[in-house]
Ligand binder design. Sequence first.
Ligand SMILES: Cc1cc2nc3c(=O)[nH]c(=O)nc-3n(C[C@H](O)[C@H](O)[C@H](O)COP(=O)(O)OP(=O)(O)OC[C@H]3O[C@@H](n4cnc5c(N)ncnc54)[C@H](O)[C@@H]3O)c2cc1C
Length: 378
Amino acid sequence: MKVTVIGGGIVGLSTAWALRRHNVEVTLVEQGPLPNPLASSVDQHRLIRYAYGAQTGYTRMVREAYQAWEAMWRDLGTRFYAETGTLVLSGDGDGWAAQSRAVLEAEQVEHLAFDAATVTGRWPMLDGAGIAEAYFCPSGGLLFAESIIAALTAHLRDRGVTFLTGTALRSLDAATATAVLSDGAHLEADRLLVAAGAWTGRLLPELAPVSRPSRQVVVYLAPPPDLLMPWHHAPMLLEIGAASDAAAKGFYLVPPRVTRDGLRTGLKIGDHRFGPEADPGGDREPRQDEIDAILDTARHRIAGLEEYRVMQAKTCFYDVERDERFQLAELGPRAFAFCGTSGHGFKFGPIIGARLAALLQDKAELAATARWAAGETV
Ligand SMILES: Cc1cc2nc3c(=O)[nH]c(=O)nc-3n(C[C@H](O)[C@H](O)[C@H](O)COP(=O)(O)OP(=O)(O)OC[C@H]3O[C@@H](n4cnc5c(N)ncnc54)[C@H](O)[C@@H]3O)c2cc1C
C-alpha cells in the first residue's frame, strides 16, 4: 500500500511514523524545509498536561498520548521530554480551573490543592495576590517540539520514507488520491492525507470554517540571575480560560530547562486565547504592542516582571476550530484531511498518527475516528 502525506508537522510526521511501523510505503510532501520554522509544530517546546477545562474527552486522550509517546521515544532512542508538573491558578475560582479540577477528580488524575500563601512560599517568584484557587498535578511537562520534529524526520528517512521538501501541494483529485504538486508532478497513491495545519483553509476552502489561522505571539524571557535556579525547578503554570473565551484573560508559562542531553530551553509565556486571523505565510515579525499585551497578561502573577529581559518574541499559528475540537474530514473515498488542532494538538501527535494510520489502512471507521478526534466521550 502507498500513502501520500501532505505536511511535515507533528500530525503528518506521526502518521508517516505509524504507517511505516506497518510497512506502508509513504511519501511526505512539505512546502518548506524540514523542520519548517513556520510550522505550528516547530518551537522549543509544547506542553502536555491533563488539565483540560470541561473537555473530558481530551483529558482521557492525554493518557493514550503518554503511551504513544513512549512508543515513539523507543523508536527515536531518546526521550525528548521533561516532566515539570502542572500548577493551575485561578483568580475567580469559578471557571476553567474549577472545571478542570472536577474532571481531574472524576478521572482520578492526581492533584493537590493549596492556598495562595503556600504557592508563594514554594515559588517566591510568583505574586499570590488574587489567587482564589490553586492546585498542582505532579504529571505534565515539556515536549521538546523542534528536536522531536528533527529526530522524527531523520528516523523516517532511515526507515525509507520519501520526503519531497520545498514542494507544495497545489490541488488534489480526492477520488484517485492523486496530488498535483508545485513542480507539476502528479503523485498517485492508494490513500492521501492532508495535514497542512494553519494552511488547510487556503488549500481546501470547504474546511476554512473549521480551520481558521490565528496569529499567536509568544515571548521568551530572561529572569534576573538570582531567580534562574528557582525557575529551572518550577512547574508549568496555567492561569488560563478556554482558548475560545475571549473574556478569559490569562497566560501560560513554560519554565526553562537544561536536559541531560545538553538541550537548553527558555522561559516562555503566551496567551492561550485565539488571536486575530492572519496569513500563516505572511509577515511574522511580532509588533511591540503584541509583545506588551503578552507581558500584561502575566504582570499580576510574576513578581517584579519589569526586571525580566525580553530575549525573543515570535509569532506562531493556531489552526482554530471554534470549540477547539480536532476535525477529520473525508475529501473522497481515498482522501482525508485532519485539521482544527486549535492550539492543543502537539501533545497528541503520536496517538493521532496511530489513529489516522489505522483509518488509512481501512482498519478503523471514519465516523468513530472523527468522534474520537473531536474529544467526544460517547
Ligand atoms: C504558540 C503556540 C503554542 C502552542 N502550545 C501547545 C501546547 O502547549 N501543547 C500542545 O499540545 N499544542 C500546542 N500548540 C498547538 C500545536 O503546536 C499544533 O496543534 C500542532 O503543532 C499542529 O501540527 P500540524 O502538523 O497539524 O500543523 P503544522 O505543524 O503547522 O504542520 C503543517 C505543515 O504542513 C505544511 N504545508 C501546509 N500547506 C502545504 C502544502 N500546500 N503543501 C505541502 N506542505 C504544506 C506546512 O509547511 C507545515 O510544515 C501550540 C501552538 C502554538 C502556535
